[in-house]
Ligand binder design. Sequence first.
Ligand code: GPK
Length: 818
Amino acid sequence: MTEHTAPMSPTTPGEFADEIRKELKYTQGVTAEQATPADVYVATATAVRKHLVDSWASTQHDMVAGSTKAVGYFSAEFLMGKQLLNALLNAGLSDQFYDAVKELGFDVQDVIDSEYEPGLGNGGLGRLAACYIDSLASKGVPAFGYGIQYRYGIFKQEFDEQGAQVERPDYWLANEEPWGHIDYNRSQRVNYGGSVVEENGKKVWKPAWSVRAVPVDYMVPGYASGRVNTLRLWSAKSYDEFDLLAFNKSEYVDAVKPQVAAENISKILYPEDSTPQGKALRLEQQYFFVAASIQDAIRVFYPGEENPDLTTFPSKICFQLNDTHPVIGIPELMRVLIDEYGYDWDTAWSITNKSFNYTCHTLLPEALEVWSAKLIGELLPRHLEIINKINEQFVAELGTKTNDSAKIDRMRIVTDGEDPQVHMAYLATYGGLHVNGVAALHSQLLKDVTLRDFSDVYGDKFTNVTNGVTPRRFIRIANPRLSALITEGLGTDRWLSDLDMLEGLVPLAKDDEFVKKFAAVKQANKVAFSNYAKREYDFDIDPNTMVNSMIKRLHEYKRQSLKILSVISQYADIKSGKVSADDILPRTVVFGAKAAPGYKMAKLTIQLINNVARVVNNDPDVKGKLAVYYPWNYNIRLAQHLIPATDLDEQISQAGKEASGTGNMKFALNGAMTVGTLDGANVEIRERVGAENFFLFGMTVDEVEALYAKGYEPKSYYEADPRLKQAVDMVADGTFSEGDKGLYEPLVTDWLNKDYFMTLADFSAYMDIQGEIETLYREPLEWSRKALLNVANSGFFSSDRAIDDYLRDIWETGPLGE
Ligand code: GPK
């Protein structure tokens, strides 16, 4: 018998089936006989929401009535994934759902598949936000996620005949969306443009135009906590009525122009990852959701008060800035306090300073947002004044802390000169209480390199919170077989809210019978994935080969090119007979990645991978030995299927470039072995699972720096390793482009002459470790034992632990009622 810590709903399957029938009838207007699986999905979602409503209301009530500080997680991205199974799990209705749907005569999978995945994020940063709001609710901490309900999410990726990425719009709201509740009664006005005038010695902003921010509320049910928080995503609507005159003249397009402009603000998620786009619309988006959210928080915590005492604001809620995207919130809160509530500058500053904290997610200098002061001045003239004043105060304060004028100059929030620039990361560091990186190594490098001057002067602000992932979605829902085995091994399912308990599996790694069960789970997951890949992509994946996955955004620093060059080298070795048939370990390499639409090198790498796949998979000489698959449109759903089926995952970024990684955590927790560099959270994963259970290779951060300093010449590596030379030559000679030697020329030229991320320098080490990997894989029991130890020792990487760190070191708050 296992205990159930999730609140088991008293609802029986029969009752739940009746609830679904009712929703079908009264909400959708169809009978169970007329209903399609999509109807049943919507009806189920509606029924689940009703189960959560009371907890949602009581959580909000307790939050406002009580004295526990809430958290406002400000993020331009929330990559939630599908909601149905997660909501059912947390509502304690999973079992009832399966039985009810059967009773209604539907296939459960068809119902689940009817949900269209919202893609309101690019990658790790957006998914992290989703994991964190899950953990906050599961811990019973009062919290809001605040963001944007984009009408179009991350583009849908397709591949054309040539294997190149094609981006298609992701109009997810064209589908029925039962989770979000549009609350027109709680909209907020967000102003833009215009000028600032002085009236009675007071600065008054006279905006030129406004947008109506309408909240769309999503319930965020906690697992086993009885709490339901809110994800409030703002949607932009126009205030402007039709220009009737223009409309009457049939100039329809002109008539709706202001409306279109306003609604454009929440129309589309920018598909860049780690590269800010200097677009006015992006700044409009950032200000849009932050301004609406700050007003909303004041409305929520001071209900009906005309003259609220906002000096208490920092004890009601604190805002976490997820990267620099919401940093405009700092001058906005200053503006609200001074201009709208009449506080003096110093009081406003003291409130603001305590209200914000900033998480940095990058080490790439080009990913730290910088806005031209001119643009800010045009869009938000009052904010530019405030930013300038913050900068003056900051520079004066620095003068009392250091005599180093060059340093003060480097640190300026607003640069000097003709075309001043505003450094959002600097504004965030100065304007808030804490700054954190997302893995131990990353936080260290932030202090030592990226924000070094700031850490010299404001050392106390800097801290680390290593990322985490939610075990509910990424183990329980994604990998039910492993979940059942873990529960069997531990004799309880409490590990789902206390992931450190996985350590209890360590002794079982010595138990061959248990290890064999663990191996059987992996094998069953591989078969399931193979079926899924057949159904969804028409791929023929052999589940009896090693499944070797690399899933993440396509970026040069992540080094998908290192992986594909190694595949090419293996292909060449098999073809040339250099390795005998008996020595070949059959392997299926699976890639999943989207590239930013404007990122040429990344897109060319996609094309190369697709064409290597085409050539390799059609070559009878390597059949059954090596296969390469690139399922298009990598998303959360695909991750949930592939991760549990993976034997070996790739975390091979150049050391010092990946802030953390979270895929690496998901893989370890699902019993994959990792091949990786000493980068991001790999460092901590390896420390925890044990060096002997991790395939480490490649240069360290220090070695990378030394090589840059010495002068890096990629060609020398190409000359020195014949395997590398052969692989690069095959890309250059048209083997993967039907003889066209020009296609991959930009890639080849870059590799041989620049190779900023040192793919070539790490190639030999990467190839050499393959031998070690294959030797271990030939000992299935030993491989599985090590993989099990990865699971057992990765409990630290739960987002519940990360949230505990934030609560203790940054937010200084906790669960409601404690
Ligand atoms: C970092 F800078 C950015 C960005 O714009 N988008 C994004 O997803 C990622 N990230 C890092 O690249 C990962 O290393 C990290 O795990 C993730 O953010 C979450 O912190």
